[in-house]
Design a binder for this molecule. Structure first.
Ligand code: XMP
Ligand code: MG
Length: 182
């Protein structure tokens, strides 16, 4: 009986207004760089979908969208680099200007893997847009082409990002004061 226990308040790293302003800037940059073309935006599920939904509404050029579902083996907080595709692309990327949209770039292993898989399918160009970049954690030297925010090595949730499938709905990016064990 009664109310479910409230989640403890998590500290805010990036509030929703700051995120919205930066997402608009990224959309303007991409619209400029892809003027006269129709980029194909591939969102990496599930973390990138909130970011993608906001970003495309500020593009001033046409685009098409698709989604790729991936799951990392091992614990949620750690990327082993062994990635399993849980949902493949619906449409061919042959000859397309592909922009991969990621919620966060951490060690770089996931993106490195995706880059290899997608490059094999003959896109005209392949670039990475990452909302968040934990640059200090990089193991594989991959560099996003567009970055929302460089962030410190904290475990973040909200704005699509989860811990154990929780917190995706939070409008701000927050962090867990006690990081999940690495
Ligand atoms: P790698 O290390 O392969 O990792 O670049 C990218 C994936 O790791 C997850 N990840 C996080 N997820 N908060 C999250 O909710 C974080 O702070 C975090 N750091 C890494 C995420 O799935 C990302 O796609
Ligand atoms: Mg996750």
């Amino acid at each position: 009986m009664g109310e479910p226990a409230a989640e403890p308040e998590l500290p805010v790293l990036l509030d929703s207004a700051k995120i919205a302003a930066r997402v608009r800037e990224l959309a303007a940059e991409i619209s400029r760089d892809y003027q006269g073309r129709t980029p194909h935006l591939v969102g990496v599920l599930k973390g990138a979908w909130v970011f993608m939904a906001d970003l495309i509404r500020h593009l001033s050029i046409p685009c098409t969208v698709d989604f790729l579902g991936i799951a990392s083996y091992g614990a949620d907080a750690i990327s082993s680099g062994e990635v399993k595709i849980t949902k493949d692309l619906d449409a061919s990327i042959d000859g397309r200007d592909v922009l991969i949209l990621e919620d966060i770039l951490d060690t770089g292993r996931t993106f490195h893997y995706l880059q290899g898989v997608l490059a094999a399918h003959g896109p005209r160009s392949l670039k990475l847009v990452a909302l968040l970049d934990k640059r200090s954690r990089r193991v594989i030297p991959v560099q996003p082409d567009y970055v929302g925010f460089e962030i410190p090595d904290v475990f973040v949730v909200g704005y699509g990002l989860d811990f154990d499938q929780k917190f995706r709905h939070l409008p701000d990016v927050r962090y867990l004061p006690k990081p999940p064990s690495h």
